[in-house]
Design a protein around this ligand. Sequence first.
Ligand code: PMP
Length: 312
Amino acid sequence: MSTVAYDDRDGFIWCNGELVPWRDAKLHVLSHGLHYASSVFEGERVYQGAIFKRDEHHQRLLDSARQMGFEVPYSVDEINRAAERVIEANGITEGYVRPIAWRGSEQMGVAAQRNRIHVAIAAWKWDTYFTPEARLKGIQMRTASWARPAPETAPVHAKASGLYMICTLSKHEAEADGFNDALMLDYRGRIAEATGANIFLVQNGELHTPEPDCFLDGITRRAVVQLARERGYSVHERALMPGELDRTDEVFITGTAVEVTPVNRIDGRHFTVGPVTRELVEAFDQLVQNPSTWDQHTTAPSSVQPAAAAGR
Ligand code: PMP
């Protein structure tokens, strides 16, 4: 990725209905979204010119806004078309798309019912970050000192900017200690997720992943659950306590940015990058690299039960 700052690049960004030159895509400092984190966003990957799980991401943007008490003033179809214009205007075949919606400036106190809802969509080139071989080395995680909040504490199912303040703090803490990312536990002490990705454990050849009852139910997570089941794996969605890591053989994380990335260490525990993780890394790569097969992969929110197919 380029090291040029994100506000100083060539190209076009879609803002409230029109494409504007990249450097002109500005907001006023007196914006409610900035002061009070009344902002929701998405992160999407473009493979071969197409957005993976496009409709799911744009529906989630609208749903996140609703959980924050506002309506995005565009339909999923309109956001789809706008994102496609941005991809085309910036000549992107492999990249990342970042839609964002926020409350504007009409009221500048806690209450902001009258504020205009602004929407912008940016996209940039981003080649597949790791080669499959590099990714298979795995990453190291450190347990965060921050916990994912309870559902009555924050709109935990929204992809809302405010929820990322503890992710940034946790990731900084991990990086300062020489780790790549943080493992966040929830308010009950259960394993929740990484700072921008969901987590899976492999125990005796079966997959276990926390129930997303206080964090984002990732679109990649759902796709990987489906891929695993198609391959005959049992997938259990349940409460996972950190002590279980002692009887866990493999760990990996899933997300739009990290795709499927193995974890080789959490605090003092080491894990092998084993056969189940390798198979799913490969299966996910094959899926995303073949846009013609995407329609067969629906990702309605999964109630993850043990696979009907024979277990391995
Ligand atoms: N959890 C958090 C906190 C995230 O930021 C992300 C990335 N959007 C995920 C999980 C994974 O979600 P997805 O697979 O939809 O990208």
